[in-house]
Write a protein that binds this ligand. Sequence first.
Ligand SMILES: [Mg+2]
Length: 279
Amino acid sequence: MPKYPIDKLITDFDETISERDTISTLVYTAADTRRGEKEQFLAAWQEMVQWYLTRYQRVCDAWLNHQHSLVDYLKSFEALETASIQRVMAKGFLSGLTKEGLDAAGRNVVKKPGVDRVLSAMRVSGVEVEILSANWSVALIQGATAGLYDQVITNSLVYDAAGRSTGEIHLHVVSARDKLRKFREHKKNPPAPGETGDGGVIRTAYVGDSISDFLAILDADLGVLIGQNRTAMETVERFRLPTQRLHEGVRFNPSLSYQGTILLIDSWTELDDFLSIAE
Ligand SMILES: [Mg+2]
């Protein structure tokens, strides 16, 4: 059984654990409850997606060409994120869903290769695994990741007395700053003086794929960016963020500090090869 030099792993969900973003999974599941109005509903959703993408690109372009800090750049997305969530709620895109339907949709979510094996092995060896996501449905994430987590921290749909979602969302995690705040609340801290600990170094790792993960990645003892998200790579370059690409054969070195460096990986297997210590 492998051992890992971390005590906790906090990970994003969409495009970090899942292969693709699951927002459209949520909306298509809702569309299936619309019967006669399905086409109209999906056309309105496509319009919503275009509305969002056009504005997202504008925010990217406006800021990447100016001198600002990373935090200010990430903050500049918050108004759009809030406005788009308000629109999603006002137009009722997420109404009519049930927890059972979302759980079933979650079980059909395609995950990245190796993620089941790596997260399971970590949990068996005593690493706590928490999923920290700006997704809108806890039930969908739980359906997709059964057995792989100790806790899921995300937003949740509001349900009526009959168990159908009303279209409203209880919001807890929306922005990069929210993710940082939740990460700091949940990361493992060294035992306070007087408390018994095993005397070892306490480390929390964070894995994410997009710019909304950057503040948590940079705050973690071991911060990992998975994949090649275009905006994420442009942001790394624009702000000259310190990175280290994990090459085959390079192993975790307990005498080095990795905090403040973004470790670049393409797969969960690469992360496992870097971290795991064969027993
Ligand atoms: Mg993501």
